[in-house]
Design a protein around this ligand. Sequence first.
Ligand code: TXA
Ligand code: MG
Length: 358
Amino acid sequence: METKLVTIPCLDELSPAQEQALQEAGEVLRRGGLVAFPTETVYGLGGDALNPDSSRKIYAAKGRPCDNPLIVHICCMEDLSRVAKVSDEALRIAAHFWPGPLTMILPRQQEVPAETTGGLDTVAVRMPAHPVAQKLIRYAGGYVAAPSANISGKPSPTLAKYVMEDMDGRIEMVIDGGEVGIGLESTIVDLTVNPPQILRPGYITQRMLEEVLEHVEADVTMLRADTGQAPKAPGMKYRHYAPKAQMTIVTGLPKEVVAYINKQAAEDSSQGHKVGVMATQENVSAYRVQVIKSMGSRWDEEAIAHTLYRILREFDDEQVTRIYAESFAAQGFGQAIMNRLLKAAGHHVVEVSMHPQE
Ligand code: TXA
Ligand code: MG
């Protein structure tokens, strides 16, 4: 299959040609085809959420296990009750955070095929804030199932060129809307349990949710691999977001972290490895390794989240075989950053000092 690539920058006013391209993409989705598109979090791989064949095609294109359910994307509140049973809590959360980087797990309506929900009685729903995504959903008929547009197991794409790398020849169309804003996937909150539980951390933090709902818990497996429990979101159990190289997170006092990484890197290089470091801007100049990538200032979490997946992909492109990453305080948005880093590293963490910087 030939994959058509169209560019639609995130402008307020679309040209007639861009509007027509989006309309055409909507028709591809209505006919059961697949279209990748930008959202404010990461690129999504869209199919008609109410068509079981489309969901099957999504699993096939991604190479994704079919017990891992998809998120249904909508573009207006009136459309929610057709796919999910809506509670007061859900309405309050939606009023506060939609459109935006938040996914709610709710009891599902019969109309959502089991192929979309991975056979569960619940459904994940999100209303994205990206104007291109919103228009596409409207043109597609209102309900677009969209996992991240990567091959299963690879880092989620933050640029259309990474979508093309993974999906070229597998889907009908890719819409290039430039680099995404946030760079990490949406927060997932499960409202079918009491108290509500965060299954995947993201830009919308526990504290932000607790301003709307009294008490919200977090799945204990988000930051730990040693709980003996399976994550509640089926997708979180896979070694996800992973680069090809073996990756280690190093925690401790900054000087000791740098010294440890430089020493390990020298050893790895002598054994023929190509070593890459994910450094904070503050430490970049202190590393003596082949490939050093700055994630941004330690104090700018949004910058770090924004660059994380791109850097992991760049390491793959540059055939790095060993990666070392600095670690971050796992609070607020930092929880999402550490969750993705830990998953990329398969929870391989080395602690080099008694008093870590956090
Ligand atoms: O930001 C995002 O959410 C992006 C963009 C494209 O919107 N989408 C995304 O989808 O990250 P995906 O498929 O890569 O991740 C969906 C996650 C998986 O971990 C899946 O297991 C979980 O949501 N999930 C979906 N339905 C669920 C359900 N009913 N119960 C529990 N977890 C669910
Ligand atoms: Mg994904």
